[in-house]
Design a protein around this ligand. Structure first.
Ligand SMILES: [Zn+2]
Length: 425
């Protein structure tokens, strides 16, 4: 079923792509002339009409999103899009295997949560004989819903996770205001997004978190190198191979998995800290001002920054926390002690100043950024908590205990977030 969904997506996308004239002075409307009704007819035997319609609709949404981004790119008064976007892509192909995912309309599935949770989805007539004469495919499900009590359910996303070898389902729900989580207090957090350290975070409660990206990026780079190696061995006229495309997919899958786990872990901690809003700096400004070309490329490829923001926003929504993007230029080279930007040196992870200050550059940056946004000085209450990725979860790294020199306060607070890291595997 997932394979048929991917095939339908590909055919729909292809029909639109061949009608699309991707030049300046383009006409966007032609893509809607594709005969999607015929495609729906072709696939409804396997998918059922509602799922076939959902897949086509999702492809339409992808095209509309693409057009919006493209208009922003050509609009000179809008600087939020600096890279020319590409039209929606394909979900793999027949030879290499397709990307197995689909969407199920809200009225075409049911989930029963309990000791033995059960998901039932409608399937097409052609598949009924193979599974169940009722036309419903019954699947065992594992997981804990955030809100077991909900008013209504949205469309279900179903996907095969190649890296973990599991099928994942996500079910958006609408809940009543009374049971939605509301922030525990009115604290603020600021994030510095980087290459070596994926996220450095400071909160107005004086807590700092650092998520190291070194191991993760190392693997990303190893895979990139293997891809380049395989590419160099391709015959003339050949641009890719099954193995290469598989490596690309694995690389992306691994990164997404770590990112998903990161903001889930982070947001749970911030919620416990009573944070109600999170500031995220615009990565582009930082990149333009003083990051090296290598770091620049590294961060762009690796982070998929816009995607990160989007998914972060989805996650914080569950907690009633707001994300605010701030794109005004600011420097991560500023000394938090004397305010100088000229007398500081950045070496690897350390920012030092002639005034005697020495601290972790990304943590300092997130703190300075936070202080700018809230307009008051932030007093650090405890040692920063450092996390490393071990392929499955973010766990506190051994060097977490090192005391940074910037920390002169003897006060300490209980670190309420520790439990979350064990649960977020
Ligand atoms: Zn200084």
């Amino acid at each position: 079923m997932l394979d048929a969904s991917a095939a339908l997506w590909n055919e729909t996308n292809y029909q639109r792509l061949i009608r699309y004239n991707n030049e300046d002075g383009y006409e966007d409307d032609d893509v809607w002339d594709a005969d999607t009704g015929a495609l729906e007819g072709k696939y409804k035997g396997r998918l059922g009409a509602s799922t076939a319609q959902q897949v086509i609709r999702q492809n339409s949404q992808a095209w509309r999103g693409y057009f919006r981004t493209k208009h922003k790119y050509y609009d000179e008064s809008n600087t939020s899009v600096t890279e020319k976007p590409n039209p929606p892509g394909f979900r793999g192909n027949q030879d290499d295997g397709r990307e197995l995912k689909t969407v199920i309309r809200n009225t075409s599935y049911t989930i029963e949560w309990g000791e033995r949770s059960r998901l039932e989805i409608l399937i097409g007539r052609d598949l009924k004989d193979e599974y169940d004469h009722t036309g419903r495919l019954r699947l065992e499900a594992k997981g804990d819903p955030n809100w077991p009590e909900y008013e209504s359910q949205g469309r279900l996303d179903l996907q095969y996770d190649e890296v973990e070898d599991v099928y994942r389902a996500s079910q958006p729900v609408t809940i009543s205001d009374e049971i939605q989580a509301t922030p525990l207090a009115d604290e603020t957090a600021a994030l510095d997004i980087g290459a070596n350290n994926l996220v450095a975070c400071t909160t107005t409660t004086g807590t700092q978190y650092l998520y190291s990206g070194r191991k993760l990026f190392q693997r990303f780079r190893e895979t990139t190198r293997r891809i380049a190696e395989l590419k160099s061995k391709l015959k003339d006229g050949q641009y890719s191979s099954k193995r290469i495309r598989r490596l690309y997919r694995k690389r992306t899958g691994r990164r997404n998995h770590a990112q998903d786990a990161l903001y889930r872990d982070l947001v749970e901690r911030l919620y416990e800290e009573g944070v109600s809003e999170i500031y995220v700096g615009g990565l582009t400004d930082v990149l333009e001002t003083h990051w090296s070309v290598e770091t620049n490329a590294k961060t762009h490829n690796f982070w998929a920054f816009n995607q990160f923001i989007k998914r972060l926003k989805c996650t914080v929504e569950e907690y009633g926390i707001e994300v605010r993007e701030r794109s005004e230029a600011w420097t991560s080279q500023e000394c938090p002690n004397c305010g100088s930007t000229k007398d500081t040196t950045r070496h690897r992870d350390t920012l030092s100043c002639v005034c005697g200050f020495e601290g972790h550059s990304d943590l300092v940056a997130s703190r300075t950024f936070l202080e700018r946004q809230v307009g008051i000085a932030v007093r650090l209450m405890a040692q920063p908590e450092r996390f490393e990725w071990d392929d499955h979860m973010w766990s506190e790294s051994p060097c977490s205990r090192e005391s940074p020199k910037e920390l002169r306060s003897h006060q300490s607070t209980t670190q309420s977030g520790n439990i979350a890291s064990e649960e977020s595997a």
